[in-house]
Design a protein around this ligand. Structure first.
Ligand code: FAD
Ligand code: EPU
Length: 338
């Protein structure tokens, strides 16, 4: 195990924030992870931060603790039955790399989740989702290391309590487990999800008449590339806020005052696109210093170069305040604030 001291986190977060960690260790095996935890218990006793690809967090200050970067690798077909392949991927695998692996083999289910940054280990943390599919739809089980007991435990989908950008690991079991591997259940006969967003239109533009796992993945990649900023060029962590879910009566009231307000009906509730609310408040394309609200997607806050995490955070607070004033809706941050 290697321990770096006072280590720059700049290369390890897609927001491109120049924060530092008191200690930093990349780990490539369960044994190395266990050695870190044991050492922390015996001597350091510091707060821990488990890092994947750093694409869903914002450092607002230096991290006075131990950052453990999970680099445990491996993808394996562990089982198959009549309907499914069971693919076990280790937490340190790149997410899009896993999706591409499955698309190439025609294992169906992950194609709508193409091009999401980050690693496998974080995928169940917030039940990543895009274009009508969430990880919970293809999840079979995961293995996680219990920090207090230093034991590995299996979690079923039910154990994970998945919700919209939610899981038990963000709530009741926060900071208690380190996800080691995730097994996904992927279909042999695809069931395509093309109804969401612009997928059908994009397939048409690509002259695809019969959808395939590969064609849907390509369409999703094209749509995402056209509206989301590439973190290698402009720092960001994807959607900064969750889309708020409000009750039908509140939505109907808002509809009277703001006729154009979009909403997606769910059971007794309506999901309202936060990007629309933010745009209506005039933030889209706003920039102060190097902190800004992306000009093609208002839900994405960006770092044009040297913004600090505190500046991005302050901008997010101003956005929350103005959306609440105009619409009476309290936006919740989706990005993990450190
Ligand atoms: P990190 O940012 O490293 O970590 C996120 C959180 O999970 C932290 O709290 C961290 O401590 C914890 N964590 C990470 N790994 C582990 C582990 N092994 N065990 C325990 N805890 C862990 N998300 C979507 O859902 N849908 C999208 O469409 C989407 N689009 C995006 C587009 C862009 C351009 C960007 C930059 C981000 C986007 N995101 C999206 C957000 C992000 O990619 C996902 O949340 C992703 O799963 C984060 O993975 P990561 O490895 O980078 O996690
Ligand atoms: N909109 C605007 N102005 C904007 C942006 C959006 O009016 O500047 C409105 C439009 O009405 C548009 C609607 O919002 O039709 C939805 O926009 P989009 O399809 O871009 O999706 P989103 O709701 O903004 C969500 C996820 C994304 C995911 C996409 C596609 C959340 C918080 N975000 O964004 O996930 O990729 O749908 O499924 O649920 C992420 O979590 O980081 C992320 C990028």
């Amino acid at each position: 195990m290697t321990i770096f001291e006072n280590h720059s986190l700049l290369p390890y977060n897609t927001f491109g924030i120049a924060a530092k960690a008191r200690y930093f260790s990349p780990i490539g095996s369960l044994e190395q992870l266990d050695a870190c935890i044991s050492r922390n218990k015996k001597s350091f006793q510091l707060p821990l931060l488990i890092l994947g690809g750093g694409s869903n967090l914002l450092f607002t200050q230096d991290f006075n603790g131990w950052v453990i970067k999970n680099e445990i690798k491996g993808i394996e077909l562990v089982r198959e039955d009549e309907g499914y392949y069971y693919i076990k991927a280790m937490a340190g695998e790149n997410w899009h790399g896993l999706v591409m692996h499955c698309v190439a083999k025609n294992y169906a289910g992950l194609e709508n989740l193409s091009l999401i940054p980050g690693n496998v280990g974080a995928s169940p943390m917030q039940n990543i989702g895009a274009y009508g599919v969430e990880v919970k739809d293809v999840f079979f089980e995961l293995e996680a290391y219990h920090i207090a007991d230093r034991r590995v435990i299996k979690f079923s989908a039910t154990d994970c309590s998945f919700g919209y950008r939610e899981s038990v690991f963000k709530r009741a079991l926060k900071n208690q487990f380190i996800i080691l591997s995730v097994t996904y259940q992927l279909r042999k006969v695809p069931v395509f999800q093309t109804s969401y967003g612009a997928i059908e239109k994009e397939l048409e533009a690509m002259h695809v008449t019969t959808p395939s796992v590969k064609a849907i993945s390509d369409a999703v990649i094209r749509i995402r590339s056209s509206k989301l900023p590439d973190p290698a060029v402009i720092g960001n962590a994807g959607s900064f806020f969750k889309n708020p879910v409000i009750d039908v009566t509140q939505y109907d009231r808002l509809k009277k005052a703001f006729a154009g307000i979009p909403g997606y009906a769910q059971a007794n509730t309506v999901k309202v696109p936060a990007g629309w609310l933010i745009e209506q408040c005039g933030w889209k394309g706003y920039r102060q210093g190097d902190a800004g609200c992306y000009n093609k997607q208002a839900l994405v806050l960006v770092n044009y170069g040297h913004a600090t995490g505190a500046e991005i955070f302050d901008l997010s607070s101003s956005i929350i305040q103005s959306v609440e004033q105009k619409f009476g809706i309290l936006l919740e941050r989706e990005v993990n604030i450190i």
